[in-house]
Write a protein that binds this ligand. Structure first.
Ligand code: NAP
Length: 307
């Protein structure tokens, strides 16, 4: 397929995907919010009329770390739900051949057995700090399944682990844990203060591995079941902080602010379905990915920052 629309095409994951699709010779429209606000139905209609896509990747979302989720529960629920609904409806109306939707690991119940398997998705309520975001994305999954059943829309839904890599969001107000650690350790002086007690575990997926998964799913997967995208490597936030410190050469003190929330206790995904269904496996070891992320931050944001 050659005419491809990427919603959220200027975002962290979206811009890497747009680069890859362009290099593969596709005619790509990277939709930006300033041109088309996808929470508005009329903008979504106009976008699909302008782009006339055969293949759509729906990556637009309002996302952030624990702090941003706690500050915006209503907005995150509304924006992610409505954007998903508008994109599904326009994909149906415009006869899109394939729609690939980015879900999130935040959709899983708070106490899911580890590693998370797709069958557990509906076994409970998500961790409270990110539930509105996670539940909105889960509702979009139901929409995708219902549109497949009733209208034959080939929509697939993927559940990526926490992403990281070059181009990530390093704004401390809204960033996820890895860019926050990198920035704090590179700019923070002798001490960095981190939220929680360091005990929760997470799994991290390098952004280009996720791009590869999106492309393979678009090409090879045509099914209603959601599919996990993970690296298979679970690590505690404390060990992660120590690893980032080692990669950066940060010799200061790491202090834990236990008055702040930990978030979900454990997160790790079973990604065997992605291997079986479309032959995808993550390739980038965490340390390599962190080295590339730190190098990118140093060369792109730190060294070019005005004095
Ligand atoms: N980052 C992660 O760890 C992670 C993990 C699992 C799943 N995901 C999912 O992967 C996708 C991409 O995430 P990301 O980290 O790349 O996020 P991101 O950098 O914040 O990019 C999301 C993009 O969505 C666009 N957007 C937001 N509100 C919009 C609106 N009202 N109308 C149109 N566009 C809007 C923004 O476009 P502009 O730049 O034009 O403003 C933004 O660039 C999301 O669906 C997210 O839920 C991310």
């Amino acid at each position: 397929m050659s005419r491809v629309l990427v919603t959220g095409g200027g975002g962290f994951l979206g811009s890497r995907l747009v680069e890859r699709l362009g290099a593969d010779g596709h005619d790509v429209v990277a939709a930006r919010r300033r041109d088309y606000d996808l929470t508005h139905e009329a903008d979504a209609e106009r976008l699909f009329a302008d782009a006339r896509p055969e293949l759509v990747f729906h990556l637009a979302a309002e996302v952030g770390g624990i702090g941003a989720n706690r500050a915006n529960p209503g907005r995150y629920w509304y924006a992610n739900l409505v954007m998903g609904a508008n994109v599904l409806e326009q994909s149906r109306l415009h006869g899109v051949g394939k729609l690939v939707i980015a879900g999130t690991v935040c959709a899983y119940p708070k106490h899911t057995p580890v590693p998370f398997r797709e069958e557990s998705l509906w076994d409970g309520y998500p961790e409270e700090t990110n539930a509105p975001y996670g539940v909105a994305k889960k509702a979009v999954l139901v929409g995708a399944q219902a549109y497949r059943e009733q209208y034959g829309l080939d929509a697939v839904f993927l559940l990526p682990a926490n992403l990281y890599g070059p181009g990530d969001n390093f704004d401390l107000e809204t960033s996820h844990v890895i860019p926050a650690l990198v920035r704090k350790m590179l700019e923070g002086g002798d001490e960095v203060v981190l939220w929680g007690d360091g005990s929760p575990t997470r799994e991290f997926l390098y952004v280009d591995d996720c791009v590869e998964a999106l492309c393979l799913a678009a090409e090879r997967y045509d099914g209603s079941d959601p599919v996990n995208l993970g690296s298979g490597h679970e690590i505690s936030i404390r060990d992660l902080a120590n690893l980032v410190a080692e990669v950066i050469g940060f010799a200061g003190e790491i202090r834990w602010d236990e008055s702040m929330p930990n978030g979900q206790p454990r997160r790790s995904l079973d990604a065997s379905k992605a291997r079986e269904l479309f032959g995808w496996e993550a390739r980038t070891p965490l340390r390599d990915g962190l080295e590339r992320t730190v190098a990118w931050y140093r060369s792109t944001l730190l060294e070019r920052a005005p004095a």
